[in-house]
Design a protein around this ligand. Sequence first.
Ligand SMILES: Cc1cc2nc3c(=O)[nH]c(=O)nc-3n(C[C@H](O)[C@H](O)[C@H](O)COP(=O)(O)OP(=O)(O)OC[C@H]3O[C@@H](n4cnc5c(N)ncnc54)[C@H](O)[C@@H]3O)c2cc1C
Ligand code: SF4
Length: 330
Amino acid sequence: MREFGYRRVTEVPEAVALLTTNPEARFLGGGTNLVDLMKAGVENPSLLVDVRELPLDRIEVADDGALKIGATVTNSDLAANPEVRRRYPALAQAVLAGASGQLRNMATVGGNLLQRTRCGYFGDTAQPCNKRVPGSGCPALKGEHHNHAILDWSEHCVATHPSDMGVALAAFDAVVSVHTADGPAELSLPEFYLPVGDTPHRETALPPGALITGVTLPAAPVAALSRYRKVRERASYAFANGSIAAALDVEDGTVRDVRLAFGAVASRPWRAREAERALTGGPATAEAFAAAADAELAAARPLTHNGYKVPLIRNLVVTMLTELTQEAVR
Ligand SMILES: Cc1cc2nc3c(=O)[nH]c(=O)nc-3n(C[C@H](O)[C@H](O)[C@H](O)COP(=O)(O)OP(=O)(O)OC[C@H]3O[C@@H](n4cnc5c(N)ncnc54)[C@H](O)[C@@H]3O)c2cc1C
Ligand code: SF4
């Protein structure tokens, strides 16, 4: 591992200045992803700027009812927060479905959004990888890709985004607050994560040195009846093969509002807008749920070894929305 410096900061502008004047510096949240990548030689920062003592560790309700979550709130504190559990249960469940208790105690909201893909080639510096070394190739296309993307991938990269939290945030229209050298700014989640295209090494729209300061969830009554479900290869901690955040508002058998987002299917948390459009105003039946899933998945382009994700996601949509419908009429 390369020798590196360490600075603990207490003010946001100071943190941003340290990174904008040193492109080899990195922010350190919980370190649960970054330090692993440093050990593997994938990341080689000259300086770690520890953000955990910045005043960004609060969860607050704004005057308009939005929930404001600081970037250094730990995953454990986020999942345990009473407002999160009551108003956005799928978010609490998504966070608890990720990693282990010890990791969640360390990991932060900002770091979770920026965690890197778990594609094995990305973490192995002996292999080519367009995300790690632009232009070097993508061995996953013809190699090991059973857990790679089925939606929106390109010939340059087929990796998925690994965050469970991000899937629930996508379903609930999260807005990411950042602080750049030019001051504060806000990015909706679809603006924040860039499509993979021919620049898989550029995962977000964050300018160099930008600090994530928090995430805002707009008030969303539909989110109160929501769930997160994750399919993985073992019951203890493991990344998703497919996951879903779903929220539903049903009245007299008709869908009034619905939110759907999928995990482990694309290079970013996947908001299922086609499925939402197909469902809104229609009947809350298993047939309608299946048709909506098919509408969303019509764009899927599975690889040789990950075609199982198409029926897996379809089944998750039908099961989750059926369960939520039954719960709504209780
Ligand atoms: C064994 C294991 C299993 C896991 N399983 C899951 C899982 O099932 N689901 C899941 O979602 N996650 C899982 N994780 C990932 C874990 O959730 C992430 O490692 C964690 O969320 C990253 O948060 P962190 O604060 O530790 O980030 P760090 O490791 O500190 O940082 C990650 C990246 O974010 C940057 N960064 C950190 N904070 C900020 C900020 N405020 N502004 C700008 N940049 C910032 C860092 O510079 C770095 O590039 C697992 C991790 C491990 C090790
Ligand atoms: S899928 Fe992406 S991360 Fe994996 S080897 Fe290909 S370019 Fe690298």
